[in-house]
Design a protein around this ligand. Structure first.
Ligand code: UDP
Ligand code: MG
Length: 333
């Protein structure tokens, strides 16, 4: 019998865990009839029955240093349901690191990653399993609808995907997050990448394998509040760019090249002009503008280089990505 692990990172999710467990238990005890479109160009629609009882299930919660009673609730749930396993991190390490911790501890032949806040509909899982059984290794959910979200957040995140896509050769899919089913070998590939500054969405693409898209409608968060504000999303965006491309460095060298060519031409012009017409002192505004423009450009370039040096600094320390305090009730030393 194949085992499927469901990995759920949880940070201050006490309001959602019971509902989530109920939904999961409902999911794993039912049969589902799903309608899927063939992979062929004609794409005829077939219906299939997916028997969830044919699989063994593990719910792997990673408590990412929650400040509320998430851990107590998880321990209670584990007493009621032996499918629940708990990786308790020693502090809050952030979702990306919590995901790696979960992947390290997951035992299943496949791993389904979902959020604890019920935004990812469990009803899509049977379709993911269907495609996995058809031989796909990474069945990823793409939001056909982003749920309740501010206009600015939606715009910014779409523009970020656009920029990242233009800059890297790795395909980063818009509206696609961590909600996906991964075959064990994809999980093994991802856990072999121990970089400390993680941008998991990029790593899924980087490792490759056979991918398949399923569409879903993202629900609104049920309880609690999102831990990602605009600033943390901005940081994640910088992480995404700097982890996967050195294009900004190249852009700054190109800008430098263009600027020095212009400066050279201007120098020749000034030189000839002075030779022909002499040099009544003039050009204070030009001087100030040029100095300001170039100091700005230099600071920007230094900043970009600094971002990369900071990352080299962090990687060379080679600290572990996360620290586990306990697994289930056992303390990890
Ligand atoms: N999460 C986490 N550690 C963090 C922040 C979030 O494990 O430091 C988890 C959180 O509990 C949830 C998932 O990551 O299960 C997604 O977080 P959230 O709903 O806040 O993000 P959003 O859906 O707004 O992008
Ligand atoms: Mg959420």
């Amino acid at each position: 019998m194949k085992t499927i692990s469901i990995l759920i990172p949880a940070y201050n999710e006490s309001a959602n865990l019971r509902n989530l467990l109920e939904e999961l238990n409902c999911l794993v005890s039912s049969d589902y009839i799903i309608e899927v479109k063939d992979d062929t160009p004609e794409g005829s629609v077939h219906s299939h029955t997916i028997c969830m009882k044919d699989y063994q299930w593990e719910y792997l919660f990673v408590n990412d240093g929650s400040k509320d009673d998430t851990l107590q609730i998880l321990r209670q749930l584990r007493k009621e349901d032996s499918k629940v396993n708990i990786v308790n991190l020693s502090r809050n390490f952030g979702k990306e690191n919590a995901l790696l911790a979960g992947m390290d501890y997951a035992t299943g032949d496949a791993l389904v990653i979902m959020d604890a806040d019920l935004q990812d509909p469990v009803s899509i899982v049977p379709e993911m399993i269907y495609w996995w059984e058809q031989g796909y290794d990474d069945v990823y959910g793409t939001r056909s609808d982003r749920g309740k979200e501010s206009w600015i957040r939606k715009r910014l995140s779409l523009s970020f995907y656009y920029i990242l896509q233009k800059m890297t050769r790795i395909e980063i899919l818009p509206n696609t997050g961590d909600f996906r089913l991964l075959d064990k070998r994809v999980v093994m590939a991802i856990i072999s990448l121990r970089e400390t500054q993680r941008y998991t969405k990029g790593l899924y693409s980087w490792v490759g394998f056979n991918k398949k898209q399923v569409l879903f409608k993202r629900h609104d968060r049920v309880g609690g509040k999102s831990s990602f504000n605009l600033l943390s999303l901005f940081n994640l965006a910088i992480e995404g760019i700097t982890c996967f491309t050195t294009a900004p460095l190249r852009v700054s060298s190109c800008l430098g090249l263009v600027a020095s060519t212009c400066a050279l031409l201007y120098m020749v012009y000034i030189f000839i002009k002075t030779l022909i017409w002499g040099d009544p002192v003039q050009g204070y505004p030009t001087l100030i503008c040029t100095i300001l423009f170039f100091s700005g450009a230099q600071l920007l370039a230094v900043g970009i280089i600094g971002e990369y040096i900071g990352r080299i600094f962090n990687e060379t320390k080679s600290r572990p990505v996360y620290i586990v305090e306990s697994f289930n009730e056992q303390k990890v030393s």
